[in-house]
Design a protein around this ligand. Sequence first.
Ligand code: FES
Length: 86
Amino acid sequence: SFEVELRRTGRTVKVDADTTVLAAIRAQALPNLPYSCEQGFCGTCQQTVVAGEIDHRDELLTDGERGDSMLICVSRSQGGNLVLDL
Ligand code: FES
């Protein structure tokens, strides 16, 4: 598991191996956070990443976008914690 800090919200959520960043944030901090496909292709769940190593698992973002954003329905951390501008 790893943790995701929501910098603007001032909360940190734990993401277990059997859940997604999106589901963890909705369950633990922001129940109304928007999403749609949950499969990494619509872009609705895209969030800006302030810090951390992203494990990109989507099919949508360009290499440029991957530098500082992620689709939180499918993408994860490479191991350490992530900080989102959320
Ligand atoms: Fe569609 Fe994440 S909800 S890409």
